[in-house]
Design a protein around this ligand. Structure first.
Ligand code: NAI
Ligand code: MG
Length: 360
């Protein structure tokens, strides 16, 4: 029996609803598979917690989390607390402290669902975005002088280290190999950014040369954004810097048809240099407008649990869970209102669990 220790951080609003469905589904899957178990512990760190304690999580929180194999995260942020407080008080410290340098975002139009692109199906929209998550344009290097005067100057310096660039590109190629994907596409802008992106291109070519079995492709990020819309079927794995990836992944997410669907992982994939658990969360936030109504789509949350299982090495179970999610969307019978259905969060969770039981 393999045991995985999972810290549950449902957070605020619909984060609670979707993580509840996710945990039930993962536990059922573990018992069906029979060869692994999740040992979960839940923490109530959230905006609610902040209002009571004056901070999003206790001072020893990061050390507490370090003991776990993975973090299963809902969403943080609620109108009662400013967004920069909730974000900087919880999610960002976790990402930084544990050096979660890969932001992984699968982009797949699930069977049975319609995205905004006319006539496209899963066969066309099925790729993975790998975004650098710790440096680049978001390295927080820069400053402002002569603030408020006509002479004011603001700088924001992008930081590209060889180590940081190489490891994210390498991850993309390793992922392609592992998942049987055949092509990696790099988002560059080396025509205009003659230092950072020329460097990025050089590192990309060097790493690509180590993977002769994978086609290495590159596009300037503006043209690549257009191709997300016009030629999604040509994309397999996309690797990008922090800022480029931020923009591209939201565009990719939009291709999936609802913000309730896309999942994500914040990952430190290398065991030798790992400083703590990786974190898995739906792309969406706490959705205050529908919080408490029981109609949040749980698929993004459950799918994030599926990526967590892959990270934990439970690949067979992860494959089955994806099949179950796809069986539910393909049938189109039990869908939440964001997908045009009338089902509740719990009903969609149950439908996925029913589909899982049929697979075992
Ligand atoms: P949001 O993602 O919470 O909601 C945007 C829109 O999408 C809303 O209309 C919402 O009802 C809908 N939506 C989102 N998830 C859904 C789901 N699972 N099913 C059905 N509909 C869904 O983004 P918003 O409104 O900008 O942010 C709300 C709060 O969440 C803010 O405090 C924000 O800071 C926080 N947030 C947290 C994130 C995180 O924890 N990583 C990410 C994004 C936002
Ligand atoms: Mg989220």
């Amino acid at each position: 029996m393999r045991y995985h220790r999972i810290a549950l951080l449902p957070g605020d609003g619909i984060g609670q609803d979707v993580i509840a469905e996710g945990v039930q589904t993962l536990n059922l899957l573990a018992s069906l598979a029979g060869d692994f178990r999740l040992e979960t512990q839940s923490f109530d760190w959230s905006c609610e917690y902040y209002l009571q304690h004056g901070r999003m999580m206790p001072p020893e929180a990061l050390n507490t989390l370090r003991e776990f194999d993975a973090i299963y995260f809902g969403a943080v942020g609620f109108p009662t607390v400013p967004d920069h407080v909730s974000l900087h008080g919880m999610l960002l410290p976790i990402r930084q402290e544990f050096d979660l340098y890969v932001n992984l975002r699968p982009i797949r139009l699930l069977p049975g669902l319609e995205g905004p692109l006319r006539g496209r199906t899963t066969a066309d929209v099925n790729f993975v975005c790998v975004r650098e998550n710790t440096e680049g344009e978001y390295a927080r290097s820069g400053g402002r002088i002569q603030v408020g005067t006509p002479q004011e100057v603001a700088t924001q310096t992008a930081i590209f280290t060889r180590q940081g660039t190489e490891r994210i590109i390498r991850y993309a190629f390793e992922l392609a190999r592992r998942e049987g994907r055949h092509k990696v596409t790099s988002a560059t802008k080396s025509n205009a950014l003659q230092y950072s992106m020329v460097f990025w291109d050089e590192v990309y070519s060097a790493v690509a040369a180590e993977y002769p079995d994978i086609t290495a492709d590159k596009w300037h990020v503006d043209a690549l954004a257009a191709r997300f819309v016009t030629h999604p079927q040509t994309l397999d794995v996309v690797v990008s810097s922090n800022l480029f990836g931020d923009i591209l992944t939201d565009l990719g997410g939009a291709l999936q048809g609802s913000l309730g669907l896309p999942p994500s992982g914040n990952i430190h994939p290398v065991a030798e240099t790992r400083r703590g658990p990786s974190l898995f969360e739906p792309v969406h936030g706490s959705a205050p407008d529908i919080a408490g109504k029981g109609i949040a789509n749980p698929i993004g949350g459950i799918w994030s649990g599926q990526i967590m299982l892959e990270y934990l090495g439970e690949r067979e179970a992860a494959t089955q869970l994806m099949r179950a999610i796809e069986a539910v969307t393909a049938a189109r019978e039990v869908l939440t209102p964001d997908l045009g259905g009338r089902a509740t969060t719990v009903e969609v969770g149950k439908a996925i669990r029913t589909a899982l039981r049929k697979l075992y």
